[in-house]
Design a protein around this ligand. Structure first.
Ligand code: AMP
Length: 213
């Protein structure tokens, strides 16, 4: 199963991708997570990406396409994958088609998770992430026992720099500009499934399962 998930930051792409990962035993590939890890490790890629990420801007296409190309060659992608946060531009979508064509298997579905802007702002501005294991929490909707510690691993929790209010506004503007052509691209191929992203995790997952047939 080869799946792409697209939608605004805070739509629940990561959460739903993890549920799909368990269901189909295929890896979740999040370009945001890979770029943050590269930044944490201080690699040359991480240094390039850090500047764009902290401003809520997209990292250049060739950089992101390169890391996805490498990742899709890994053995664990043999049975499929869930791409989360990629492609975000038509250039990336076209590059992905070329990568997959060369490897004998196109996409099975593109899940477009839709959540209204006001809800995105509420979700992101309260989001806390564990520095060690990446587990996400929310100050109000899914609080950890202690606001500064991860319930799972005890790591320190922090607010992503790009989850600060002014950065969220920039990310939503960038997204509105970028996402339409990408959804249009996949709609024209008949792969796009619009999924309402409001409701519980289980409800949203039920809609995804229905869309995947
Ligand atoms: P995310 O965790 O998906 O919200 O991504 C966080 C940040 O990483 C974005 O605001 C971008 O700066 C960068 N990023 C992640 N995926 C991509 C992508 N496919 N293309 C360009 N930039 C990306």
């Amino acid at each position: 199963m080869r799946i792409v998930m697209i939608g605004p930051p805070g739509a629940g792409k990561g959460t739903q991708a993890k549920l799909l990962q368990q269901r189909f035993q295929i890896p979740q590939i999040s370009t945001g997570d890979m770029l943050r890890e590269a930044e944490r490790l201080g690699t040359p890629l991480g240094r390039v990406a850090a500047h764009f990420m902290s401003e809520g801007q997209l990292v250049p296409d060739d950089v992101v396409i390169g890391i996805v190309d490498d990742r899709l060659r890994a053995a664990d992608c043999g049975r499929g994958f869930i791409l989360d946060g990629f492609p975000r531009t038509v250039v990336q979508a076209e590059a992905l088609d070329r990568l997959l064509d060369g490897r004998g298997g196109g996409l099975d579905a593109v899940l477009h998770i839709q959540v209204p802007d006001e809800e995105i702002v509420r979700r992101l501005s309260g989001r806390l992430v564990c520095r060690d294991c990446g587990a996400p929490y929310h100050r109000d909707f899914d609080p950890p026992a202690r606001l500064d510690r991860c319930d799972r691993c005890g790591g320190a929790l922090y607010q992503r720099e790009d989850d600060q209010a002014d950065r969220i506004a920039t990310r939503l503007r960038v997204l509105a500009r970028e996402i339409e052509p990408v959804t249009g691209y996949y709609r024209s191929t008949g792969l796009l499934a619009d999924i309402a992203g409001l409701g519980s995790q289980a409800e949203v997952f039920g809609r995804i399962e229905a869309a995947l047939g």
